[in-house]
Design a binder for this molecule. Sequence first.
Ligand code: TTP
Ligand code: MG
Length: 237
Amino acid sequence: MLSLKSLSVENVKPTQKRQPKKKKPFTVAVEGNIGSGKSTCLEYFRKQKQVEVVPEPVFKWKDVKGYNTLELMYKDASRWSLAFQSYVQLTMAEVHRKETDCPVKMIERSLYSARYCFVENLFKGGLMPDVDYAILSEWYNWIQENEDMHIDLIVYLQAKPVTCQNRIKMRNRHEEQSVPLEYLQSLNDLHEDWLIKENKFKAPCPVLVINTDCGLNDMYKKFDAHRDEILQLNKEN
Ligand code: TTP
Ligand code: MG
């Protein structure tokens, strides 16, 4: 029988002791079209000591046990978008869950944009069958109910689709060579619907809009001008 003594605090192994809960970081998600400058923004803020930057796990999407799922999706979206977007959803859930000791956590994209922009785009464009869309939505709803997807601020990098297309061409990610301007236009509209018009899905937190139709130096200047707001420097940090 279990004696009272065996339940006393001294008998609790160190690993069983309840850890004090970590203070939640101020979480900033950088959103915007493909090629709008999200990674550039994250790299800019990486040098701030109070920020932990979590880049998007594109490298994982390019190597799932040897399979390049990003490439498969672009080659034949009707066949592969369910597999690809399920994996995006899993890896983005991992990003949301990642703990940090820093007061600010900055992430590239979120589960929200994967669902409200990309999945929506594939479905609306006839590249994802109803049943695949229904399954992904069920998964998304489950994650939303059972995981902490909280973000405190969205930095929306707003750029014209043609600017994004030029940057995509310049950076030359081989999987993206066939991305047409219409695809970027439609993704742009879905970002605008979600973050500016809020006509179908609501933004989950305040949105700071930064226009990135400019060169790199001007982009840095704009990030710097909004630094305090993004890092909450006038608050407790
Ligand atoms: P983005 O998430 O837009 O990242 P990026 O690195 O291209 O953006 P930036 O230049 O602003 O840093 O897209 C990465 C690639 O993954 C792109 O080809 C689009 C694709 N993608 C999807 O197809 N579905 C998704 O749900 C997400 C999140 C990305
Ligand atoms: Mg990027």
